[in-house]
Design a protein around this ligand. Structure first.
Ligand SMILES: [Zn+2]
Ligand SMILES: [Zn+2]
Length: 230
């Protein structure tokens, strides 16, 4: 069986190339790249410009016939539809993983903080590193099988709201550590909780500065298993 990833992008061909190269380097996974318009697959969030809810099962159903895993790169600003309460301040995401679909939104990777932007306002290098890291992290949720991963949560310190983010690495220099923002928020606003510990260092740019050269910590790297990728 040939293992590969289908990268679908909405007018983000440079980003797709960079992610494809990193997939080859880190996971030894080849990709095929196609441009696509996914406007009908994400539903708009009322009163938010460029805001869309995550695809839920929609994207999965549309693309299910494909034998490959699918990574979507979109400039749409994405929000998880968590059910009864919707709070745009808590519910936006850099990306998500749903079975064998991986989605990365570039909207909040373009500025000096995580405010959504249609223009890149940081160096191209930093922006590309962010995109690559988020993409490999989301795919890592299926291929990194290390036993030391622990459930992580975003805790909104102001209202106590706690969102489950899934299993993550506890090593803060590892790709599979969780980032909750571009720069970790002030502890009075919120924090990452992992394995029951509060962490105030869960900024994506902070992770980029301390990340291992091959992105994953040793136990995570050793546990990479592509057998379930297709
Ligand atoms: Zn994650
Ligand atoms: Zn790790």
């Amino acid at each position: 069986m040939i293992l590969w990833m289908l990268i679908l992008h909405e007018d983000l061909s440079k980003e797709a190339d960079i992610v494809a190269e990193a997939l080859r380097e880190v996971y030894r996974l080849d990709s095929q790249i196609e441009e696509i318009d996914l406007t009908t697959l994400f539903s708009p969030v009322p009163n938010l410009s460029n805001g869309y809810f995550d695809s839920g099962g929609n994207l999965y159903r549309e693309l299910k016939d494909l034998e490959a895993s699918v990574l979507v790169l979109t400039p749409k600003d994405l929000y998880m539809n968590t059910g009864n309460v919707f709070n745009p301040e808590d519910d936006w995401v850099f990306g998500y993983q749903l079975e064998f679909f991986y989605v990365v939104s570039t909207a909040r990777l373009r500025d000096t903080d995580s405010k959504p932007s249609t223009e890149v306002r940081v160096s191209k290098e930093l922006y590309h590193n962010r995109v690559k890291t988020v993409a490999l992290h989301e795919i890592g949720h299926n291929v990194v099988k290390a036993h030391h991963l622990r459930d992580a949560f975003w805790v909104n310190a102001q209202n106590g709201r706690k969102l489950n983010l899934g299993a993550h690495c506890t090593d803060y220099s590892c790709l599979m550590y969780e980032s909750v923002d571009i720069i970790a928020p002030d502890p009075s606003l919120g924090y990452l909780e992992i394995g029951g510990e509060k962490r105030y260092d869960a900024g994506l740019d902070q992770l980029l500065q301390r990340m291992y050269p091959n992105m994953l910590c040793k136990p995570c790297l050793k546990s990479v298993d592509l057998s379930e990728i297709n």
